[in-house]
Design a protein around this ligand. Structure first.
Ligand code: NDP
Length: 246
């Protein structure tokens, strides 16, 4: 695998906003061919047009990470269009916070489907291509929520810690030709909180984010650091949080 970002083919789930969008823009500026997946087609189209107008290379396809076939189509788009896939970034995620006692079972299921199963589907789609190529890099976006357990975040943190466990197991199983990285952001200024259902929790998280959150570009820079290492250097785990985060 070449070092650096230039000419790498990089697939990103959840590319329509926040961290995924920042990664796409930053990497396209560095000469990567970015392959964008998310559900909101209008957002993907606008992002790809912005990248292409700036001289970059981007493709997109509707990708609902709850559907295994959509992840396979995302990887197929990369391979058909650019002849390879260098990096798979499993970034799509949702966060519904509530006390476990509230039994928001549908929200639990959605987080398991998107955060956990969606990441597994991304791995399942990319891994055979990486094995055939003899190289590849899987990057999973996790969370500090899984590192410091607090009330309200139990199920969300549970899905993220499951991803952390799988990421480390995959790293150990990977062998010398596959790099595996887990990136755990703290508070980042994105749309994540906008989708929280409980009005009071949403307001509290948004207020906290307004006070301390870092930029999605800070996370993109961390992902870039991991990719930019020489092929024999695997950045296994990174935590990037606001200095003010407890
Ligand atoms: P955003 O809400 O801005 O982005 C989330 C992305 O996930 C969107 O592009 C959304 O696209 C996509 N998404 C949601 N559901 C699905 C689905 N079923 N299929 C495909 N895509 C989906 O939030 P962030 O950028 O903050 O989130 C990115 C990742 O970072 C998540 O995994 C999140 O858990 C993690 N994270 C975020 C932190 C933060 O403070 N912001 C902190 C720690 C971790 P669309 O709706 O178009 O499908």
């Amino acid at each position: 695998m070449e070092n650096g970002i230039k000419n790498k083919v990089i697939a990103i789930t959840g590319a329509s906003s926040g961290i995924g969008e920042a990664i796409a823009i930053q990497f396209a500026q560095q000469g990567a061919k970015v392959v964008l997946g998310a559900r909101r087609l209008d957002r993907l189209k606008a992002l790809a047009e912005k990248i292409i107008q700036a001289g970059g290379e981007a493709s997109y396809i509707i990708t609902d990470v709850k559907k295994r076939g959509d992840l396979q189509n995302l990887v197929k788009l990369a391979c058909d269009r650019y002849g390879k896939l260098d990096v798979m970034i499993n970034n799509a995620g949702i966060s519904h916070l509530s006390l476990i006692d509230k039994l928001q079972v549908e929200d639990w299921e959605e987080m398991i489907d998107v955060n956990l199963k969606g990441t597994l589907y991304g791995i399942a789609a990319a891994l055979p291509v990486f094995r055939q190529q003899g190289s590849g890099h899987i990057i999973n976006i996790i969370s500090t929520s899984g590192l410091r357990i607090v009330p309200l975040q139990g199920v969300y943190a549970g899905t993220k810690n499951a991803v952390r466990t799988i990421t480390e197991a995959l790293r150990q199983e990977a062998g010398p030709n596959l790099r595996v990285t887990g990136i755990s952001p703290g508070f980042v200024q994105t749309e994540l909180a906008d989708h929280m259902k409980d009005e009071n929790i949403r307001a509290a998280i948004k207020q906290k984010a307004a006070q301390i959150a870092i930029s999605p570009n800070d996370i993109a820079a961390a992902v870039s650091y991991a990719i930019n290492q020489p092929a024999n250097v695997d950045v296994g785990d990174m935590v990037i949080r606001p200095t003010a985060q407890d």
